[in-house]
Design a protein around this ligand. Structure first.
Ligand code: PRP
Ligand code: ZN
Ligand code: MG
Length: 224
């Protein structure tokens, strides 16, 4: 279902949502977030914002349901690998890396454990929300492991006896610290990115995207 209006998927609530809304506003998109709406119409441009869970954004782009999305590279790469493994569409166009949402995806272990390098992870069970990225990393370095898939509370898995280690996002390190864990390996450095669907769109929509990109360039440069 193509619409005349440009559809942009953004995270409803979480680490990217505020800065993402700020960026769009600085680019001159006027909108008003009221209540628990899924779709918010911009007031001054033919743009609709879709407020969704970040996990859903890569798929919405890869299926061509929305035109643009703002998403963390960690989530984008995880979903891309997962879909590619299932032979589902996994293409997208990366328009630009943004200046927020910085974090790293790291393997962490008990803070008191001895650690001399990735070979110490051999045979360990790793709790994570990012099984594909963990597998890519471990396969690359040739270390065997098993997974414990958790969509939340990953950091408590070792203490709860569910896993030997975790692989989760780290930004300040406070979560690791609070759970008696230490970073062992950084497997991905991530930032928010603006992505576009590869689905063909009208010239008008593409012109609007180009205009937004130009403004974004100015907004981001002005902050640097
Ligand atoms: C991530 C991650 C940790 C936390 C790390 O969760 O799962 O819990 O951030 O950040 P820190 O190093 O600054 O403590 P997120 O906030 O994305 O929410 P979620 O766990 O609910 O997905
Ligand atoms: Zn998420
Ligand atoms: Mg968390």
């Amino acid at each position: 279902m193509q619409t005349q209006r440009l559809r942009i998927a953004i995270q409803k609530k979480g680490r990217l949502s505020k800065e993402c809304q700020d960026l769009l506003k600085r680019c001159g998109v006027k909108f008003n977030m009221v209540g628990e709406r899924l779709v918010v119409h911009a007031e001054n441009m033919p743009i609709d914002l879709l407020l969704v869970r970040d996990d859903d954004i890569p798929g919405l782009i890869m299926d061509g349901v929305v035109d643009l999305g703002v998403i963390g590279e960690n989530e984008l790469e995880e979903v891309g690998l997962e879909r590619a493994a299932r032979n589902e569409a996994s293409d997208y166009i990366k328009l630009r890396r943004l200046d927020f949402g910085g974090c790293r995806l790291s393997i962490a272990i008990d803070k008191d454990a001895d650690y001399n390098g990735p070979q110490d992870l051999n045979g360990k069970r790793i709790a994570t929300t990012y099984p594909q990225l963990v597998k890519r990393y471990m396969d690359d370095i040739g270390v065997k492991f098993t997974t414990c898939m958790l969509n939340g509370s990953v950091e408590v898995a070792p203490r709860a006896g569910l896993a030997d280690a975790i692989c989760d996002l780290v930004s300040t390190g406070a979560t690791l610290e609070a759970n008696g864990l230490k970073e062992a390996e950084v497997i991905l450095r991530s930032k928010a990115v603006l992505i576009q669907s590869t689905t063909a769109i009208s010239n008008d929509k593409q012109a609007l995207i180009d205009r937004l990109l130009t403004r974004m360039q100015g907004v981001i440069q002005a902050k640097e």
